[in-house]
Design a protein around this ligand. Sequence first.
Ligand SMILES: Cc1cc2nc3c(=O)[nH]c(=O)nc-3n(C[C@H](O)[C@H](O)[C@H](O)COP(=O)(O)OP(=O)(O)OC[C@H]3O[C@@H](n4cnc5c(N)ncnc54)[C@H](O)[C@@H]3O)c2cc1C
Length: 418
Amino acid sequence: MKNYDIAIIGGGPAGLAAAIAAKEQGIDDIIIIERDNCLGGILNQCIHNGFGLHTFKEELTGPEYAQRFIDQVNELKIPYILNSMVIDINEEKILTVVNSSDGLLEIKAKAVILAMGCRERPRGAINIPGSRCAGIYSAGAAQKFVNIEGVMPGKEIVILGSGDIGLIMARRMTLEGAKVKAVVELMPYSSGLKRNIVQCLDDFNIPLKLSHTVVDIKGKDRLEGVIIAKVDENRKPIKETEEYIPCDTLLLSVGLLPENELSTKANVELSGVTGGPQVNESFQTNIDGIFACGNVLHVHDLVDNVTIESINAGNSAANYVKGKEYGQEGIDIVAEGGVRYTVPKKINPDNIEKEIDIRFRVGEVFHDNYVSVYFDDSREIYRKKRILTPGEMETIKLNKDMLNKYPHCKKIRVTVEK
Ligand SMILES: Cc1cc2nc3c(=O)[nH]c(=O)nc-3n(C[C@H](O)[C@H](O)[C@H](O)COP(=O)(O)OP(=O)(O)OC[C@H]3O[C@@H](n4cnc5c(N)ncnc54)[C@H](O)[C@@H]3O)c2cc1C
């Protein structure tokens, strides 16, 4: 068995930023374990720009953004292993890793950072009826084919789901010469960023069909077309609105799921809403010494936020190795009134130096409402927001003065109010 101070599972932007932060805190004995054949994670296939506006104040492509962190990892001589998949982890922080050179490898770490990212929700999870013909891909798989393998999955495309990946792929397929006939969205609003709707659909005259879904898939060997229909307020298809769209490819962009099978093996408690670990202000899970950051924690729309969180997780893991105990005590943060979840879920003011970012998403679109934060029954924050949408992650800062003002606070509530 090999021993390390910190083992990081996943070499995407989260794992890389966490590793760099821990190293800069003076921890040398780190290992990043990555199952792919290179570092960088999902960013390697995101060749569009729009990354790093906050972190570097410039617009980078995904691979460029990742490379800045890979270069730092190399400069700081942080060890990593590639083509190595962690297949097991337990509460004692013993990891089982498999790769073709070592076979099975056991690693014991004083602290572990979970940074495994997320995966796409497949067709089976959304129960679309119809034929099981070829030509149906998840949008991320299609993105990998086009951007990494140089292969086009089809010529006439319908995309189900208007999250960021669906929007980005609508533009990408168009630029590569395909005809994107429609982006079909079940909800009455897109869950993607506004800028992506404008730059990826409007600029290319691609229709966005809100409150619609795919109700049938036609084709024998290869997809020949899909039937879409409008849905009512209960998301049930309305029969007389059915419309046939001939196409050879259906791309599914119907949600991302944090990759947490490993986390559950270590008895890490997961949120029923995000599917990611419940963490405290220091990104520690309910298991002392196991931290989580990035998309494995909750799905992010901006990688810059992944980086900020992961630096904090790396710093916390480094402090843990140096002897700091974060414990499991703290004030519960409760999501209410339109707020679906918060990260963190618990905060211990003793571990907060100046301020803490509370990240959250709302469950529906709100116009001209207020985000309120209550310390028990006292409203401390009441901030007007012109628009709140499920597609955009929101942040609210709690500072030390607020926390000191309510030394006996039991519950902090984050809510949307008129
Ligand atoms: C299509 C798409 C478009 C996007 N567009 C933008 C954009 O325009 N601007 C922006 O700021 N952000 C964008 N994002 C978001 C951003 O890319 C992600 O938030 C970010 O990459 C998440 O980083 P991560 O490290 O948590 O996950 P990932 O990048 O997914 O990295 C996780 C890594 O963990 C590895 N791993 C998983 N399990 C194991 C295991 N058991 N053992 C070993 N390794 C493992 C994986 O191989 C992977 O390399 C986009 C994301 C997608 C998918």
